[in-house]
Structures are given as C-alpha cells and as structure tokens.
Design a protein around this ligand. Structure first.
Ligand code: MG
Length: 397
C-alpha cells in the first residue's frame, strides 16, 4: 500500500520548511543554521526515497484529496482524487515542494507518477547535478526522458522553482518581475441533481464568477438553476470536449441568453476545424483547454480560438507555461489559467503565473473537503492572494 500522510511527519516537515522562511535574503549557511539538528530526519518519516539529483534527495508521498461534492464533468465524475507530494532536499536542509495532479485523461495516475520518479531523478541527475537553477536544462532532459508524464514533470518543476526561490529569498512571481495582482478566480458548480446544484450555487454566493460544466443533455436546466441562484454572477461554461461542433453551434443562442461570458473547449481536443467553426458563429469568446497542452499547440490554434487555458499538469513545467504566455500574446490571443482538483500546493505554483493572464480559474483547492497545505490561492470570493514568503510560499495545513 502506498504511504499516506502522517500528522507527525507533516509537523516535522512544516518545521523544516518554515525554518527558512523568515530569513529573506538569507545565505545558504544561515538557512542551514536555522534547521535544528535532527528535525530534518523526522520530517522525512512516511516519505519514500525516489533518488538523488546530485546531492539533493528526492522523496514522495501519495495523498488523498476528498472533495466536498462529487466533481462531475462531461466525461467523468468522482469524489476522491489522489495526488503526489514531491520534495527535493539539499544537504543543508532546504526543501523545494511540488504536487503532481495526475489526471487519467492525460495518461497519468498517482501510481504512474511515483513509478516514474526514479527514472526522472536519474535523468535530472545526469542533466543538472547539484544545480537547481539549471531549469531550462532540467526541462529539456525531462521532456526527453519522460515525455508522457506531464504532472510528474510539473511537480519537479515546482520543486526546483520553490527551492530556487527559497535560496534567493524571494517569491517566484517576484523573481519573474511580476506584480502580485490579477483577475478574480471563478468557482466551479459541478453537475448534480437540481436540489444539490441549487445548494452548491447558494454555497458559492460570495463568488463573482461561476464556472458551469456543460455538454450533457441537461445544459439548459443546469444553466437556468445557476442563473436563477446567481443573477449577477459572470458565468463561464466548460464543455470538456462534450459537444460536436454542430451541437456547440446549436447551443450558442441559449448560452447568449444566459449571459455566458466564455466557452471552454466546446468540441473534442483534435477537432481544430470544429473550434474554428464554433468561434466563427460565436459572440462569446472560445477558449481551448484540452486542445492546448504545450506552447507548440498554440501555433495550431491561431485564428481558431480566442484564447488558451494554461495548466501546469498539462504543460509539464512553469517555464513551459511562460512560453505559452509569450506565444499566445505574440498572436494577440487571450489567456486563461486553470487547474485540476488539487491541493493548495499545486494551486500555489499556478498562482505565480496569475498576473500574466486574463481569466483565472484556480478553484481546485477550494473544492476540497480537506486541504493538506496552505499557501497563496483564492479567497472566499475568488480574489487572489499571493505569497510574500520565498518560493511557492506553501506550508503544511
Ligand atoms: Mg477546462
């Protein structure tokens, strides 16, 4: 059985991570001195060794993410997700953290992620050794060694960025020259019975932007429930590939009637002509999600959609996410920033990019019944809260 979080281990881990946080601008020596002797070992209890990258040790734990409600979309529904917490530790006790939000649609499970971690550690060891700053090299090596494991690679990218930010004593957004501001996040109302959906809309009353999953025979009923419950909220819809182009075009007048602000991925991922057709008939902006995984995908979507949705668990690294931003902007396209159902650790990594996008959809941790981490993310109304602590600014909850 896979190892689970254990409270004592967590508290120990928090102690080590926190030890470095108050020391903005600290030198590595000062950070090392801040870690009490013995604390480092306690924090690793329950974590599984995956390998060494230079002298940095890579460990992981699988954890459960129970959601408040079933999370149903056009193609699947589930209440429990399992993600992987990866930690990269330097010999002086500094830790970088990342989360792999493994998604079966993109070919991964928590088990496949942990099965690949030793190979990933070997590839990184050969590419960057002891240098977490060599992130371009790290990305290239991981793409070659583990091309089909985007969330596993993303977790490593997060951990490297977290480590580098802590080493430099700055948040990642600051390291990138960004200003901590951005659009209000949407909050997802999952498909359910009318009674439960009305309840969900009531629970989400504070949010200014709601996202509704469509692409089922109940679209009109579902939108009516949400619009009645939230007459002043902006409503975005996501079909998650659930319509044909013809069905999407037929749905447009209804979507306009309900004042929908944005339509995400109306048609199957590889139906780029379908996207183009829907966009040509739509007054509402069309955003590609499943059709756009990495920066090179943006080139194929130019003129076919209004914007693309960036997710770290699709594009596999924070650097690739930045490339998507630049390629899309070069073509005058809009940008959305999304997530999976994931903890505040994965959300914290995505948050670093929030100042660069037009639409924020980072409700992954807000949908959880229990979040094992705290950090930057969205407030109870969807406003964005950035970290002032170095790196990702994440602690154990
Ligand atoms: Mg989507």
């Amino acid at each position: 059985m896979a190892p689970q979080f254990d409270r004592r281990g967590f508290l120990g881990a928090t102690g080590v991570a926190l030890a470095g946080l108050p020391f903005l601008g600290a030198t590595p020596d000062r950070l090392a001195a801040a870690v009490p002797a013995g604390a480092a070992d306690a924090s690793w209890r329950g974590a599984v060794h995956a390998g060494y990258i230079g002298k940095m040790e890579l460990k992981y734990e699988i954890f459960d993410l129970p959601t408040v409600h079933d999370f149903a979309i056009a193609r699947e529904g589930a209440r429990l997700r399992r993600d992987v917490w990866v930690r990269l530790r330097t010999p002086d006790g500094l830790e970088g953290w990342g989360e792999a939000a493994a998604t079966p649609y993109y070919g991964e499970t928590a088990e496949s992620v942990v099965a690949e971690l030793p190979r990933l550690a070997d590839a990184l060891n050969a590419a960057i050794g002891d240098d977490p700053f060599a992130m371009e090299k790290a990305d290239k090596a991981l793409e070659v060694a583990l091309g089909r494991n985007p969330s596993a690679r993303a977790a490593i990218s997060m951990a490297l960025h977290d480590l580098v930010g802590k080493r430099l004593g700055v948040p990642i957004w600051k390291m990138w020259g960004l200003t901590p501001a951005g659009a209000m996040s949407s909050f997802t109302i999952g498909i359910d019975t009318p009674e439960i959906m009305r309840q969900k809309v009531k629970e989400a009353a504070a949010y200014k932007n709601l996202k509704v999953k469509v692409g089922t025979p109940r679209d009109e009923e579902v939108l009516k429930i949400v619009r009645e419950g939230a007459p002043h909220a902006a409503i975005r819809v996501d079909a998650n590939t659930g319509w044909t182009a013809k069905q999407a075009v037929a749905a447009l007048p209804m979507l306009e009637e309900f004042g929908v602000e944005l339509v995400e991925q109306p048609v199957p991922a590889d139906d780029l002509d379908g996207l183009e057709l829907v966009r040509s008939r739509s007054k509402i902006p069309i955003v590609a999600d499943e059709s756009c995984k990495v920066a090179t995908d943006v080139a194929h979507l130019v003129g076919k959609v209004d914007g693309v949705n960036i997710k770290l668990s699709k594009c596999a690294s924070l650097r690739e996410a930045l490339k998507i931003v630049h390629v899309a902007r070069a073509h005058g396209m809009s940008l959305m920033l999304g997530c999976m159902v994931e903890s505040s650790l994965g959300i914290a990594a995505a948050m670093q990019l929030a100042p660069l996008v037009d639409w924020v959809d980072l409700d992954g941790a807000a949908l959880l019944a229990k979040d094992p981490f705290t950090g930057p993310g969205i407030g109870p109304d969807g406003s964005l809260r950035f970290n002032t602590e170095p790196g990702l600014g994440v602690k154990r909850a």
